[in-house]
Write a protein that binds this ligand. Structure first.
Ligand SMILES: [Fe+2]
Length: 280
């Protein structure tokens, strides 16, 4: 078997994995362990030009965790088509919400924990736009001063799906508003103390306001923390080529997609690993 090479892509997030052919991903348990460890250490893993078969992608996800088999508009169960073409995905309109920094699953329908990880394979790319950016929420915490860590210890934040949608659609119809509000607000601590002992910040576009803090002051604090943790030198930006495969750890990473045209052919095959760790 060839040697797996893990090279960091930035100072606080990201690594490129090379030396691994698609048929080697599932051959050996040690490969799955290496990939899982590299994901925990680096937040985002990039495999250039892997051209992964959809069934192998789902099988890899199965080996690493529990696959979300929700309807994905694709013949292979476990694959969800990410596209802005409403003919291929009836939820395409909601993808505009992904143009802003967010952690998936902060406003769950039934209180379920956020997704553990997400995998994307590029099947078609945008002519312009469509890069995906990642920032570490572990680094966001680690970069705080000791006084800030002490100050934020007990802060709690209300996350709102409506807040995230209003950014892309400031004047919703009453029907849209009612649909957004079907998803209940969710209170999270600002600092997530993970089972591993690491801490991360739970911020992003769903973070609407800080509990028991003046509304404007709380929003200003959330905006400052977001700006600091997504400064250019803190971000890994992925420019997609067809065949690229990327995994990110949704429990320690925020992401956003650079806007691209709704008529673009850009299409990603997404597989989601269900979460098993509540934010606490
Ligand atoms: Fe997302």
């Amino acid at each position: 078997m060839s040697t797996i090479v893990v090279e960091q892509t930035g100072k606080s997030i990201g690594a490129q994995i090379s030396g691994l052919a698609p048929d080697e991903l599932l051959k050996d348990e040690s490969v799955v362990v290496t990939v899982t460890d590299a994901l925990e250490a680096n937040g985002v893993l990039v495999f250039r030009d892997l051209n992964l078969d959809p069934k192998v992608q789902v099988a890899l996800c199965e080996r690493m965790g529990e696959v979300d088999y929700s309807e994905g508009h694709h013949p292979v169960p476990g694959i969800y088509r990410v596209t802005r073409d409403a003919a291929k995905n009836s939820a395409a309109e909601y993808l505009k919400g992904t143009f802003h920094w967010h952690i998936d699953g902060c406003t769950p329908l039934h209180g379920e924990p956020p997704q553990r990880a997400t995998m994307l394979s590029a099947k078609a790319v945008a002519e312009s736009g469509g890069d995906t950016e990642f920032a570490s929420t572990y680094a966001a915490y680690d970069d705080l001063g000791d006084d800030e860590k002490a100050q934020f210890e007990s802060l709690r934040v209300i996350h709102s799906f409506e807040a995230s949608q209003r950014l892309v659609r400031p004047d919703p119809t009453p029907e849209e508003l009612a649909r957004w509000r079907e998803r209940p607000d969710k209170e999270h601590p600002l600092v997530w103390r993970h089972r591993s002992g690491r801490c991360s910040l739970v911020i992003g576009v769903t973070a609407d306001h800080v509990v028991d803090m003046d509304l404007d002051a709380g929003r200003a604090l959330l905006a400052r923390l977001l700006a600091r943790s997504t400064a250019p030198d803190r971000v890994y930006r992925h420019h997609w080529s067809i065949g690229d495969f990327v995994i990110w750890d949704n429990t320690g990473v925020m992401h956003r997609v650079e806007p691209y045209d709704p008529s673009s052919a850009r299409e990603m095959h997404r597989t989601t690993m269900s979460g098993d760790e509540p934010i606490q």
